[in-house]
Design a protein around this ligand. Structure first.
Ligand SMILES: [Zn+2]
Ligand SMILES: [Zn+2]
Length: 178
């Protein structure tokens, strides 16, 4: 008794049976890639022409087309670009809000009286409590002592004040006020 060899029609039947699920799987994959590409491109570009072109390329070239799309697609999505723009704006605002010297435009601190870079007077000392006041204030907000508004700007270091030449001189001039 011998095993009967499969006839030619049996083989073609088996191939057909295998081909149907393969074709269905391939079609599903193809359709999925096209839809995915369209959605991905829509998240990255507002241009409807680019969205359609990318989808058509993947539909025609299939997996190689999809690989080409992955290489050529815009690097960041529209949401990512929007978030980056927001971050940059916030950063710019922070820089703008930082106080700076009106003379040399370098960043200063809130409690500085004189710019250490160019000597511009930034604030004045209160005659009553010695706190730092804005130059344009007429009254100390801490103790109420009136203080004449000093014109802002480069009227920095007193011209009449003796300019110390060395630290020793400075110490004596500070120790003995005129
Ligand atoms: Zn300055
Ligand atoms: Zn005061």
């Amino acid at each position: 008794m011998s095993i009967p060899l499969p006839s030619l029609s049996d083989i073609s039947n088996m191939v057909a049976l295998l081909a149907i699920p393969l074709a269905a799987w391939g079609t599903a994959l193809w359709l999925g890639l096209v839809i995915w590409t369209f959605k991905d491109m829509r998240a990255r570009s507002r241009d409807p022409f680019a969205q359609i072109m990318a989808s058509v390329m993947v539909a025609v070239l299939m997996i190689p087309g999809w690989l080409i799309y992955l290489m050529l697609r815009p690097r960041e999505s529209l949401i990512e670009a929007y978030e980056r723009a927001l971050e940059q704006e916030a950063l710019l605002q922070q820089i703008e809000e930082r106080p700076s010297c009106p003379g040399c435009f370098r960043p200063t601190l809130d409690d500085w009286g004189i710019c250490p870079y160019c000597g511009t007077r930034l604030r004045k000392g209160c005659p009553g409590c010695d706190r730092q006041l804005e130059l344009h204030w007429n009254l100390c907000p801490y103790c109420g002592t009136p203080s004449a508004p000093t014109p802002a700007g480069l009227a920095a270091v007193d011209a009449d004040a003796p300019t110390p030449t060395n630290p020793a001189d400075q110490e004596t001039s500070e120790a003995d006020p005129p």
